[in-house]
Design a protein around this ligand. Structure first.
Ligand SMILES: [Zn+2]
Ligand SMILES: [Zn+2]
Length: 259
């Protein structure tokens, strides 16, 4: 099966370390189809409808699926004429506001790369129930506001640094998260980069009828279009093909529209 990897970044439009040509090369070698999803949001280069139009126009020159990764909590609403230029929209949380203070997740990212061994999210986040509640509030607010397709790396959250995810993430949050995805018809991304979701959450999501997307979250050619983890999860939990997000057009021959 020639899967669609919905989640890749370039150097030209966000924080990737590769060109779109390199992404396409990875897709060819790894026998998947590539989707591009550079970061968008108020703190990103892609912070306006005009820039998104330019991005969509750029993508339309290549045989790729056209996506974007909006920074939930710092997002902006796409104009209708802009939204229709994209095949899908990923929303991901990269930081959360608690008591009026934004807690960015970059220390978590450093920790997961082995660069910040003493990282202790509990020092910053005293009340985990409040944290998880704030997370769900962001999702419900943003998904209610516009047409999202995919929730990116849903467990890439500070609790990931606390140990086993089955112990760090509460079951009430899992259930509310799944409910949120079902209400707004948003897919749960299976992320190769973040090994997200973990087994218990995946099983609950499958049982509840959630749909999934696959993402390498590739920033460089080493990991771009690698879908080992998503494929493993799909096999392990018996996810049927019709539950996996795909686009309707053939990437070689049917551009959405130009200009
Ligand atoms: Zn992300
Ligand atoms: Zn990403």
């Amino acid at each position: 099966m020639n899967y669609l990897d919905c989640h890749n970044h370039t150097a030209e439009w966000s924080d990737g370390r590769q060109s779109i040509e390199e992404v396409l090369e990875c897709a060819g070698v790894r026998r998947v189809r590539a989707g591009l999803s550079d970061h968008a949001g108020l703190g990103e280069y892609l912070n306006s409808n005009d820039r998104l139009l330019a991005y969509a126009d750029f993508l339309s020159q290549y045989p790729v699926a056209r996506g974007l990764e909006m920074d939930l909590g710092r997002g902006f609403v796409l104009a209708p004429g802009v939204r229709e230029k994209f095949d899908y929209m990923i929303g991901s949380v990269h930081g959360i506001e608690l008591h009026g203070l934004r807690i960015g997740f970059s220390p978590l990212l450093q920790y997961l790369k082995g660069g910040l061994p003493d990282y202790n999210p509990g020092a910053q986040i005293k009340d985990w129930d409040l944290f998880f509640t704030a997370h769900l509030e962001v999702l419900n607010r943003e998904f209610g506001e516009q047409d999202y397709t995919i929730l990116g790396h849903c467990t890439m959250l500070p609790p990931l640094a606390l140990g086993k995810p089955e112990e760090a993430f509460p079951e009430w949050w899992e259930e509310k998260l799944i409910n949120t995805l079902l209400i707004h018809d948003v897919c749960m991304e299976i992320s190769n980069r973040w090994l997200s979701p973990y087994d218990r959450l995946m099983k609950k999501a499958v049982d509840a009828g959630v749909r999934f997307s696959m993402g390498s979250d590739g920033h460089d050619p080493k990991k771009t279009c690698v879908l080992d983890f998503p494929k493993e999860m799909i096999g392990k939990f018996g996810v049927k093909e019709d539950r996996i997000f795909d686009i309707r057009r053939n990437l070689e021959s049917q551009p959405i529209s130009r200009g």
